[in-house]
Design a protein around this ligand. Sequence first.
Ligand SMILES: [Zn+2]
Length: 320
Amino acid sequence: MKGWKELLASLLAITAIAMALPHARAAAPAAKAQAPGWYRMTLGDFEVTALSDGTVPLHVKKLLTNTTPVRVDALLKRAFLADPVETSVNAYLVNTGAKLVLIDTGAGNLFGPTLGTLVTNLRAAGYQPEQVDEIYVTHMHPDHVGGLVAGDKPAFPNATVRADRRDAEFWLAQATLDAAPESDKGFVRGAMAAVNPYVDAGRFKPFDGAGELVPGIRAVPTYGHTKGHTMYVVESKGERLAVLGDLMHVAAVQFPEPAVTIQFDTDPKMAAIQRKRVYADSAVRRQWLAVAHLPFPGIGHIRADGRGYVYVPANYSIPR
Ligand SMILES: [Zn+2]
């Protein structure tokens, strides 16, 4: 039988070998990155793919209006959140079978390093930017149009861009840039830089109010957040999804209290009226919603609850 000294020596030797083996005992370093940001669902004969452009911290206590910081804090706490709120920027790709349509494009390089991943996620989802036929813009704020370009070139070389003419006439006008306060000029320059390459190529076609753009997708005016803010209703075989753009920004606050507005609203009163109208209609119809700033993928339903609404995210599922 070995003595205790020999036993101890062999234990120490085993420990030394184990410590020398790579990753044998050490904790793995945190990987940090998130899974590729795309989520797919079927809508009748159509395929809808939510694409993440990333997330960005939003100082909602400063930004929300028609409420108080104390009230915002209370509602955030109820949702297990705190200011600033990490906020998703989502866009939606609709394959109708005849056309590939992208609704909004994320921020590109206009909104900092945590956004601008839309094209990466589009490729990860199995598509190429060259395949996109049409791009429908809800409004021309930088986090919705920035992704139209890569540098100063169209990021979607074969796509036609469509938006309500009210937004185009405002955001693309030199007079708007001249009249804007210094703090807002960046928004106007961003819109121009993103959309003008398509204008120059003859591939920007504004529309005037409501109407079908391709079979199964139509524009519905929801003016208020911007002069030409538009939602898009996608419908196939009786199934219906409304892509809301910026009809709302902060789920924890604006579902329970739809009257709360945000500094980004061009006309806050109108923006609130449109939000309440679309919420009420969506709850009654039980239609799908896809929303730019809801937590990714931002697809779900709402139901009425007292004076407000409760959001029910889509049940995670793999389309067949
Ligand atoms: Zn936005």
